[in-house]
Design a protein around this ligand. Structure first.
Ligand code: HEM
Length: 128
């Protein structure tokens, strides 16, 4: 049933699949970020991020059914995420969001979340 979640307002799964695909196009061209990702499993990485975001914004709980509780900070401890990596992640996601046809209020809500979530993922100090 179609409700009033952000997931529904942006048009459902298709939106998240495309957003994440655009995001990974940028990550794959980023010489700092690309080496952090599983080189032979971009498809899997896209699935995990797309279904996590869909779930977070009110869509189906497929992510947790397949992967369990998100525990995102814990899942990122293996990657050295400093302020620079955080800023790159946000920059790529913002650019991808800008390419998506989404109402300004939703764009703002999503960006707020991405900035907060990305800051919370910092687990390494280099440039302070
Ligand atoms: C996984 C890096 C921030 C959500 C990953 C992976 C890397 C990574 C290298 C492994 C790829 C994979 O196999 O799935 C980073 C970096 C960040 C960042 C450098 C900079 C701040 C975020 C943020 C979110 C997020 C802000 C959510 C809003 C996820 C999810 C996964 C993931 C859902 C898959 C977890 C799993 O099920 O295994 N991230 N990430 N990440 N990341 Fe991030």
């Amino acid at each position: 049933t179609v409700g009033h979640t952000i997931f529904d307002l942006v048009g459902g799964m298709e939106f998240f699949t495309l957003l994440v695909h655009r995001f990974y196009d940028r990550v794959w061209q980023d010489e700092v970020m690309r080496p952090m990702y599983p080189q032979d499993d971009r498809e899997g990485a896209e699935w995990r991020l797309a279904f996590f975001l869909a779930q977070y914004f009110g869509g189906p709980t497929t992510y947790s059914q397949e992967r369990g509780h998100p525990r995102l900070r814990m899942r990122h401890v293996g990657f050295e995420i400093d302020l620079d990596a955080r800023d790159r992640w946000v920059q790529h996601m913002t650019a991808s969001l800008d390419e998506s046809d989404v109402a300004p209020i939703i764009h703002g809500e999503m960006l707020d979340y991405f900035e907060r979530a990305a800051t919370a993922m910092i687990n390494h100090n280099t440039a302070f």
